[in-house]
Design a protein around this ligand. Structure first.
Ligand SMILES: Cc1cc2nc3c(=O)[nH]c(=O)nc-3n(C[C@H](O)[C@H](O)[C@H](O)COP(=O)(O)OP(=O)(O)OC[C@H]3O[C@@H](n4cnc5c(N)ncnc54)[C@H](O)[C@@H]3O)c2cc1C
Length: 575
């Protein structure tokens, strides 16, 4: 694979030939390429078992476990304890390694977390060279607007101010591993989208070739281990050691019993809580109305967040789910969990049907459009949450490849454009849904309507809606919802395709409130000494949604925060 990368220049990546050359590797682009839920090991259920959402009040927090001194089988001491070997934890550990900190990294799994490849970097040299300069103040206020002000601008600024430094540091390691960076959204900033003025800065970085090892977390692991540090795998957090406004370490379950690690400083980097249906049910009401599928790490079960609250931390008041519009489902499946309590699961079996993010015509169960389809991924999901069943149906025709090229979407939905540009047939692109019979194909719109389950008045509505949409395409004007003309498409050329979708849950972004140095705050806003949180377990950054047009901000801020804490403790940050 390394040899294959060598011939690929930045230009031919953008020229998209490289993506084809990368073949299967790129086709596996997690979070972007079609993928099915069976891979995640999550349970599935048939459409008939699908229940509507339930928000029953439950004790999601539980009680901190008590651990007797006699139960501790061994004790370790360190300056810096890092809990969780994911995006934030690996950036912290590799930085701590480079800066010579005495640290211990504990991870409950036997491997580091999968790398999330798209990283948002503000004003990287390569972006500026391509005319993609970002206005940092505008970006700060755009993120604040997405969060409806329920954020801490000082926290957001750390990512904006330090992401370029992070990029330079990590690039050196990636280049040494034969993985050159790619600034993956040239000239996109002035894209009209969403029927209003979004700020879309050029931030998105990936490393050639995406999802071909070694990936970022692997490279970080090499940094850590080559310097003689051991990652303690199979260490599952039981509780933080706390008292008198301080955290002084943590206790872990291990195969050798309970291990206590005393630390001057502790960084919690255990991710969000998407894999905990009890927490999601209690804390993410909008998610229950519109999500059909799971695309999260089953390891991210929110235990770290609960432990942080037990230690005195205060959680963001409002939810912030990361939901993509790619949960393809069979006719008749509703959004929301099937089952209750800890056994609840989303019903969909396909969680990343990438074409779901294309702004084709989308209708509800009554056969009518209900929203501007040209928006950040989660907006159509949230609006579908107010429609019957919380789902919507996407419809396109044989001209989809040209439509997708013209739509020119950003972020990882651009994968569709990249594949169309290299001539991938649309049926190959949608093979997973088509082969599963979830996506329907017909020679006439009428037959498509039948296959999609429209009956009676809904079928009539649907047929009228197609005509109306075609007329709007001809007039180049969406007089219903104000979608940009270039994102309209005609539905006249067979074969016709349609597929029902709900949202797919990737992670949660509401967590422990922190200050700019990632120090966890208590209910009175005071710093809990020795206690830091970074990445999805931390809060103060997002609220209500994931700002998908600020591409890569989740991975970007998690990485920068992890590095920031290690630099802070090493005295490597100037005031
Ligand atoms: C499929 C997918 C694709 C994504 N793609 C992108 C992308 O391209 N760009 C982007 O910006 N964002 C992306 N995201 C979101 C992004 O991955 C997260 O916001 C970010 O990685 C969070 O980093 P983290 O370190 O907080 O959590 P994670 O990277 O999830 O790491 C958490 C770690 O903590 C460990 N852990 C959990 N509980 C415990 C415990 N009790 N004890 C010990 N260890 C524990 C876990 O095993 C895991 O290794 C994606 C998310 C998903 C699910």
């Amino acid at each position: 694979m390394a040899d294959m990368n060598k011939g690929m220049t930045r230009r031919n990546f953008f020229g998209l030939g490289a993506l084809t050359a990368a073949g299967a590797a790129v086709a596996g682009l997690a979070g972007c390429a079609p993928s099915s839920q069976t891979e995640s090991g999550a349970t599935t259920a048939s459409a008939s078992e699908t229940a509507s959402s339930s928000t029953a009040a439950v004790d999601w927090l539980g009680v901190e476990p008590e651990v007797a001194d006699s139960d501790i089988t061994s004790t370790l001491d360190t300056d810096f304890l890092i809990i969780g070997a994911g995006t934030a934890g690996m950036a912290a550990a590799a930085t701590a390694t480079d800066l010579g900190l005495d640290f211990i990294l504990c991870e409950k799994d036997q491997v580091v977390q999968e790398t999330r490849e798209y990283v948002g970097i503000v004003n990287a040299q390569d972006a500026i060279a391509q005319g993609g300069e970002t206005d940092p103040k505008k970006l700060l206020n755009e993120l604040t607007r997405y969060a409806s002000g329920r954020c801490n601008q000082e926290v957001i600024k750390v990512w904006i101010d330090e992401s370029n430094e992070y990029l330079e540091w990590v690039n050196e390691k990636m280049l040494a591993a034969d993985k050159p960076p790619v600034m993956d959204m040239p000239g996109q900033s002035d894209h009209q989208t969403g029927g209003t003025d979004y700020y879309i800065p050029a931030l998105q970085h990936v490393w050639m070739t995406p999802y071909v090892p070694p990936m970022r977390n692997d490279v970080m692991q090499t940094t850590v281990e080559n310097a003689g540090n051991e990652i303690l795998f199979g260490y599952t957090l039981v509780k933080l050691i706390h008292g008198d406004g301080k955290v002084t370490g943590a206790i872990f379950d291990t195969e050798d019993g309970k291990v206590q690690i005393n630390a001057k400083d502790t960084l919690l980097a255990t991710g969000g809580y998407p894999a905990n249906p009890v927490m999601v049910s209690a804390l993410q009401p909008a998610t229950l109305t519109c999500v059909t599928s799971s695309s999260y790490s089953p390891k991210d079960d929110g235990y770290g967040l609960r432990a942080g609250i037990w230690a005195g931390g205060k959680k963001d008041a409002d939810p912030a789910p990361m939901i993509f519009d790619r949960g393809a489902v069979e006719v008749g499946v509703n959004a929301g969990y099937v089952g209750t309590g800890a056994n609840a699961a989303f019903p969909g079996t396909i969680f990343q049907e990438n074409i779901g993010s294309q702004p084709f015509m989308k209708v509800n169960r009554n056969g009518v459009r209900f929203a501007n389809e040209s928006t950040p991924y989660d907006f159509i999901c949230f609006q579908a949450g107010q429609q019957p069943g919380g789902v919507w149906c996407t419809v396109f025709d044989a001209n989809a490849p040209q439509d997708i090229l013209r739509f020119d979407t950003i972020g990882c939905s651009a994968y569709a454009k990249q594949m169309m540009a290299v001539g991938m047939p649309i049926e190959e692109f949608c093979a997973m849904s088509l082969d599963a019979g979830v996506m329907k194909k017909a020679d006439t719109i009428e037959d498509l309507a039948d296959q999609l389950g429209f009956e009676g008045e809904a079928k009539e509505n649907f047929l009228n809606q197609v005509e109306r949409y075609n007329a709007q395409f001809d007039a180049q004007s969406d007089d219903d919802f104000g979608k940009e003309a270039y994102r309209l498409s005609a539905l006249r050329t067979p074969p016709f395709y349609g597929c029902w979708f709900g949202g797919t849950l990737l992670t949660t972004l509401d967590g422990l409130q922190i200050n700019k140095d990632c120090q966890v705050l208590d209910a009175d806003g005071n710093v809990i000494e020795g206690f830091y949180a970074a990445g999805d377990v931390s809060g103060s950054f997002f609220s209500g949604n994931y700002p998908e047009y600020i591409v890569g901000v989740a991975s970007g801020r998690s990485s920068v925060q992890g590095r920031h804490v290690a630099r802070l403790l090493a005295g490597d940050l100037t005031a």
